[in-house]
Structure formats: C-alpha cells, structure tokens
Design a protein around this ligand. Sequence first.
Ligand code: PGA
Length: 255
Amino acid sequence: MRKKIVAANWKMNMNLDKGHALVAAILKGLPELNSDNQVVIAPPFINIQHTVYQVEDVPHVYVAGQNCFTEAAGAYTGEVAASMLKDAGAEYVILGHSERREYFGETDAVLAKKTDQALDSGLKVIFCCGEPLEIRDAGTQNDYVEAQLKAGVFHLHKHQLANVVIAYEPIWAIGTGRTASSQQAQDMHAHIRSLFAAQYGQPAADNLTILYGGSCKPSNAAELFACPDVDGGLIGGASLKADEFLGIVNAMIGA
Ligand code: PGA
C-alpha cells in the first residue's frame, strides 16, 4: 500500500539534549497521523535509542538510521550493523544518500549489499538516488538515476519492495536552497515509477512510496506533495526546526 511519508534526516546535527527537545517539540505539535501518513526521524546513531523511547507510544512515528554496514557482524571497528539498528528500535534505515556516496565512497555495489543487510535484518530501506548538476545540465538525469536504481535495488525480489521507499534527491538541490520545480520532481518521480513498473509490474510500482528531497520547506512542500507521483519528502535542514518540520508534515496531511 502506497504511503505518504515525511522523513527527517538530521545528518550530523544535534546532541542528546537538543535532539530530545526537538523531538518533544515535534510531538507536541504533531497533527494526527494514520497508517497512510507517517513520520520518520533519522537522528545520528547515538540518539537512536533515546529517540525510540520518545516516540514509541506515538502511532505512525518511526525512527531511522542514516546508514548501516554491509556485513552482519564482526571485526569492523566503528561500524554499525543493520541488526543493531533494528535491535535499538529503528524501523527504517536511509541508504545511498549522496553525502555517503560522495564523502564515504559508497558505490552502487556497496549499497546493494547494505540494502540486503537491512532488509534481511527486518528494517525498511529509504534508498536515495539523484543526479549531480552536470548531469542535470546535460539532460541525462533519467539514465543516471536508472543506473543507480538498477545497481542498488533491482536485484530485490518483488515481495521485498513492500519494505523499500525511494527518495529522489537531486544533488544540486540538497542544502542549496535551490529546489527542483514541482514539474522537475514529478517528471523524475514518474520516470522512477515507470522503471519499477517495467521491472516489477504496475501494481508494485503503484504501491511504491517515492519521496522528494532537496531544500524542501514549508513554503514549497504543498506544491511538491500535490504532484501525483511525489509521496512525501526527505528533509534535511528544515527538519532541525520543529515549526518548519511540522509545516512540512502538515503539507503531507493536506496533500
Ligand atoms: P536539505 O537536505 O533538505 O537540507 O536540502 C535533504 C537531504 O539531504 O536529505
């Protein structure tokens, strides 16, 4: 069943106190959610368990990791396994964010392994894709995103797709204040859905949640979320302020 989701990606921001206060303020102003309208919060690893305690009695609010490792366990100093996130109470993990790809050298092959680990551990995956500016300027963004999805998730079985969410995040729009127009977002989301339809059939594609990410804020969220193939957002900067994040959640509810 296709859901709408607004997901907060805190990146490497907040500490325990600030994170606690932010979640408390979000919960205080949260509109009523339901199984078709969900909120996901992805704090740094160190905040995960605390955030889980804060939201565990709040229906339709879930916690996500921002990354996990390719292997299940072992001598991998500094890494966190998908099963550990699950054990801590996370429901989701974000994989393939462009910052992970760019700063930590995460290749499509690595991301395919991480996706498998996450799904095998019982997590749901928010799989990110999106093109850099030079690809957008060259007009080859559809091929670029297709290659990312083919290599990262198209090895999955159809039944696993129920636990996969795609986030389209054009890199030129992340943290830049430059949002994709709603037409650019819709065009890419429709393209992504058609790729899934070709691979897995139309019903599976229709059920897929596809989020937009990149300078999404209260002032543009309603227009973006009104697009037929945009099912919510992955929010960076605007997720760090309760009123801005709640404005985006309200845009989802109203869409
Ligand atoms: P932004 O980040 O909302 O700050 O552009 C989005 C993201 O990177 O997920």
